[in-house]
Design a protein around this ligand. Structure first.
Ligand code: ADP
Ligand code: MG
Length: 270
């Protein structure tokens, strides 16, 4: 039988034997995982596990010491962040202070300008630049009604939607979100992740995200990978990971469970 006929479709992202050390510390040690098209994959693990380092190698901010990161079969290791971004790897950024005084739609227009490698000049505001397209992106994140408001007057959850819109303006194949819901109230967290899931379904985009809130991870991730001290210790569906003894032990230490951790994060007495 032709093996190609039976193998599953090639993944969007394939990470193999990825390694990065800082001084003597192996921040990421032989990490490997695949990310399918249209998949929402959560990267979890305790502080210092190597999540952000892994992210920053995928987006090109950090150069891997070893291993490979392939997007659609094309090697990303050694490429500059901007090139990787042009290849379809987006990431959410916090809106910088200088842009907070701009309106919601202007922020998305700036992202579109940047995509065309046009430089923003403050005396030539982006007012008319690809306005319809910017509005369409805002519609996708439920922010079109607030398009003309200045970002610095928005509720925190709405700022996060605009940050998502800015990342979506580049039509990424893969969106990276490092702790997207940090600092958000539980209701806002769920709304943001529900929106992300909806965008994944509607646009066939893939998402790799890190998250501390376990209720968010278990409710929205299609699959989880777990890092501890730079190493991949488990991967699987949310329910498999929840019951994985190695994850319970290495990730939380003895006596802790996901439920207790969740309660701690929520500020309840355990
Ligand atoms: P996580 O995001 O899972 O909390 P990180 O990827 O930030 O973990 O960090 C993994 C390990 O690498 C930690 O031991 C951290 O102290 C170390 N580390 C991360 N970035 C640097 C850096 N720029 N210089 C030195 N050590 C770093
Ligand atoms: Mg981190």
């Amino acid at each position: 039988m032709n093996p190609a006929a039976t193998s599953s479709p090639a993944p969007l992202l394939r990470v193999s034997q990825l390694g990065k050390s800082f001084g003597g510390v192996k921040a990421v040690d032989s990490v490997h995982f695949d990310l399918a098209r249209g998949e929402l994959l959560a990267l979890i693990g305790p502080n210092g596990a190597g999540k952000s380092t892994t992210f920053n190698m995928v987006n090109g901010q950090l150069r891997a010491d070893s291993g490979s990161i392939q997007l659609d079969g094309v090697e990303l290791v050694g490429r500059k962040p901007r090139e990787i971004w042009h290849m379809g790897v987006g990431r959410t950024f916090q809106i910088a202070e200088t842009f907070a005084s701009l309106t919601v739609i202007e922020n998305v227009q700036m992202a579109l300008l940047s995509q065309d490698d046009k430089l923003f000049s403050p005396w030539r505001r982006a007012a008319h630049y690809r306005r319809d397209e910017a509005m369409a992106v805002l519609e996708q994140v439920g922010m079109s009604a607030q398009a003309e408001r200045s970002c610095n007057v928005l509720a925190y959850g709405d700022v996060k939607r605009v940050e998502l819109a800015i990342a979506m303006a580049n039509k990424p194949k893969l969106l990276l979100m490092d702790e997207p819901t940090a600092g958000m109230a539980p209701k806002e967290r769920k709304e943001l992740m529900a929106l992300t899931k909806q965008l994944v379904l509607e646009r066939g985009m893939s998402v790799l995200f890190t998250e501390h809130s376990m209720d968010v991870v278990f409710a929205y991730a299609d699959r989880l990978i777990v890092l501890a001290r730079g190493r991949l210790i488990a991967e699987g569906a949310p329910l498999e990971i929840r019951d994985h003894p190695k994850v319970q032990e290495v990730y939380f230490g003895s006596g802790k469970t996901f439920e207790k951790l969740h309660a701690e994060v929520a500020g309840e007495k355990v």
